[in-house]
Ligand binder design. Structure first.
Ligand SMILES: [Zn+2]
Length: 132
């Protein structure tokens, strides 16, 4: 879809710190990470909502695979999955590592994103890629 930032990442017009790719799905680091290792998992085809996918089960299985890899390399306390779907109108699962005292208190505060330098982002992406 034109003017969709995630479609532009899928077709290579916008760069991203990719961590996972197969025929149907793409995982990359959120440019506004809610914590280090925050990955967005999207279908390559443009769907409005996560529940519009016919391969919904496969989608979540991959989200789990990424979560376990992230947890291993980021050493987080736990992993949260978030599927609001308002900021970008292309279905996405946010996979968010959680830590004690990470500024999100009892939920996820979308405004509490972390500024991580590009070099560190690339380092994190590489570690996750190797752990999958
Ligand atoms: Zn899209």
């Amino acid at each position: 879809m034109r003017n969709c930032i995630f479609c532009q990442i899928v077709n290579g017009h916008v760069p991203a710190y990719k961590v996972y790719e197969d025929e149907n799905f793409l995982g990359f680091l959120d440019k506004r990470p809610l914590n280090p290792g925050n990955v967005l998992l999207i279908p390559k085809k443009h769907y409005r909502w996560v529940y519009d996918l016919s391969n919904f089960g496969e989608y979540w299985e991959i989200a789990k695979k990424l979560a376990l890899a992230i947890q291993k390399v980021i050493n987080s306390r736990s992993i949260n999955f978030l599927t609001l779907g308002y900021e970008v109108t292309h279905a996405h699962i946010r996979i968010i590592p959680r830590f004690d005292d990470d500024g999100h208190i009892d939920g996820i505060r979308l405004s509490a994103w972390k500024n991580i330098p590009p070099k560190k982002m690339e380092e994190i992406a590489e570690k996750i890629r190797k752990a999958i």
